[in-house]
Design a protein around this ligand. Sequence first.
Ligand SMILES: NC(=O)c1ccc[n+]([C@@H]2O[C@H](COP(=O)([O-])OP(=O)(O)OC[C@H]3O[C@@H](n4cnc5c(N)ncnc54)[C@H](OP(=O)(O)O)[C@@H]3O)[C@@H](O)[C@H]2O)c1
Length: 215
Amino acid sequence: MKLIVFGATGPTGQFVVKQALAKGHHVHALVRNPGGLIIADKLLTKTKVDIFRPEDISAHLSGSDAVVSCLGTRKQALFQRSRTTFYTESLQSIVEAMRMSETKRLVCLSSWGTKRPMYLEWTMRNFPIGKLLDNMLEMEEYLDKHCSDIHYTIVKPAGLLNKDTSDLPLETSQERVKGCKMTIPRGDVARFALQCVEQNTWINSRVSIGIGRWK
Ligand SMILES: NC(=O)c1ccc[n+]([C@@H]2O[C@H](COP(=O)([O-])OP(=O)(O)OC[C@H]3O[C@@H](n4cnc5c(N)ncnc54)[C@H](OP(=O)(O)O)[C@@H]3O)[C@@H](O)[C@H]2O)c1
């Protein structure tokens, strides 16, 4: 397959790129800093883009089978006091570029816990992590309400560990996956994202993923 990867320089994005290449897919990484992706492979192309300019991105998307977005703003947002808009703004730009280039398949990352119980509302809303989750929820709702023409999958992992795939079975649920560990290796998230693309599963859905507690 011909895959476009956003956020390919990030820790999860790098697992996606490595696993996709190992499976023989062509990968085009659209990044702001090509030097940040040190992987080299004959199946890998790297291009510098401004992710907020759909008119620039769309030409690179033409002819691709799917877009995988691992974009995130973790480093900045952890210290951010104001509202975060990164997830909605970057995703809207990608969707616009997909429409311009008639690309249909999108897999993007959100998180467990974007919808929280009322008793956590006040506390979470005032913490940077709450602002981040709020904007992820807005991104999810944008896809649900305005993107029925895009074959999207929103992958919602538990807390990320910088580890390669565990190869354990992945547990899935539309909401939080009960009975699973609170963390998951980034390699497993990459494995699931690629599985969604290859098997064309979880179309127009949000899917929470985790790995089993006792394995
Ligand atoms: N951390 C957790 O426990 C957790 C849990 C659940 C879900 N998630 C979500 O999972 C996803 C992946 O997380 P992660 O920790 O692997 O990655 P991350 O650090 O959140 O994302 C980094 C990636 O986004 C890119 N990026 C950020 N701002 C950009 C901009 N303005 N223009 C272009 N690229 C930009 C970075 O590029 P540069 O390399 O150029 O900076 C990098 O490739 C994120 O959406 C995250 O919120 C995280």
